[in-house]
Design a binder for this molecule. Structure first.
Ligand SMILES: Nc1ncnc2c1ncn2[C@@H]1O[C@H](COP(=O)(O)OP(=O)(O)OP(=O)(O)O)[C@@H](O)[C@H]1O
Length: 317
């Protein structure tokens, strides 16, 4: 039987340089184990798509059970890099993707159970013999019909502001060097939380329509984690078709502080200030411009009308 060739798509800048260090370790391990591999290093944001398009023409094939499968695409980077690759392969859900998390937050790895220790993640990857189907969200812009695949979550309001603050903070790089990348989201949260205004929001599920006049946090999630390991909905799972939406309305600072404490102890879902919707399909309308984020990538400030559905793709895990 031919050996599986790994095609490593690497963002060396992920996790403020963690990607480069982990790539070195992975190369060493693969060479020692005599596992054949090719590397493709991203040189700029968006380069992932071009690399994937070239590989699609030359190398990548869908997985068919019982047939030889010789070339595996493996992403080494953070959630943002994986998001780009998954979207570049939107039309090819049967081409499996392996993943070695090297970002700051690594929420997808947490959500699907991939180790955030590089050697263990590599061991996990190399022990896989057949791919697993994982549920992703589709975020469809109702006006334009543009569709993005989402690994983790889409946020409007405070979590998007936290993502933007973390992405541009000098502390992120320092905290990543100290292997405390997740804390960059905590420090961004502390500096953004009292600046975020409330905004109106309309939620439509298959059974109800609800309007919020003063929403503050609005996160649609595919699995429990956002913001580098905060379990925003501990009951969500990337192995089911349910989409979980969490909304928190603007409340007094003391009540908010109490809710945040409960969040860290995973006791927040029972709070009267928190609204939770679970459905296989839902629509979210924010009629005034707000900041948004998708898998930690900034969507800028805009009005949102998004329909969420689920879909599946194969991962080598
Ligand atoms: N060579 C590169 N130079 C600059 N940006 C890059 C490069 N390669 C990829 N990118 C972009 O960098 C962005 C962030 O990458 P990624 O999310 O993987 O790392 P991170 O932000 O450190 O991790 P996390 O999302 O877990 O916090 C992505 O949008 C990706 O497309």
């Amino acid at each position: 039987m031919e050996k599986l060739v790994l095609h490593l798509l690497v963002n060396q800048h992920a996790g403020s340089g963690r990607g480069a260090r982990q790539y070195k370790e992975v190369k060493k391990q693969l060479t020692e184990k005599e596992i054949p591999f090719e590397s493709y290093l991203t040189e700029y944001a968006g380069h992932e798509k071009e690399i994937v398009e070239t590989l699609l023409q030359t190398t990548l094939k869908p997985y068919v059970s019982g047939k030889p499968f010789n070339h595996l695409l493996v992403v080494l980077g953070g959630d943002g890099t994986l998001h780009e690759v998954v979207n570049a392969l939107k039309e090819y859900p049967d081409i499996p993707i392996g993943y070695l998390p090297s970002g700051s937050g690594n929420d997808f790895a947490r959500g699907v159970g991939v180790s955030r220790k590089i050697n263990q993640a590599l061991e996990q990857l190399l022990s896989v013999t057949q791919p697993t189907s994982i549920s992703l969200m589709q975020a469809i812009d109702v006006e334009t019909n543009d569709t993005r695949l989402i690994l983790n979550n889409v946020g409007v309001g405070i979590d998007a502001k936290i993502v933007a603050t973390a992405n541009h903070s000098k502390a992120k790089s320092l905290l990543n060097q100290l292997k405390l990348g997740s804390l960059s989201y905590v420090s961004a949260a502390l500096s953004s939380i009292f600046k975020q205004p409330s905004f109106p929001l309309i939620v439509e599920t298959s059974t109800e329509k609800k309007e919020f006049k003063k929403a503050f946090l609005c996160t649609t999630t595919n699995h429990p984690y956002f913001g580098g390991g905060v379990a925003i909905d501990p009951t969500a799972s990337a192995y089911t078709d349910d989409i979980h939406l969490i909304i928190v309305e603007k409340i007094f600072p003391l009540s908010l502080a109490w809710l945040i404490i409960k969040l860290f102890f995973k006791q927040h879902l029972t709070s009267p200030y928190l609204h939770r919707f679970v459905d296989s399909e839902l629509t979210l309308t924010c009629p005034i411009a707000q900041v948004g984020q998708a898998d930690g990538e900034e969507l800028g400030e805009q009005e949102f009308k998004l329909r969420f559905k689920t879909t599946h793709r194969l991962f080598w895990m």
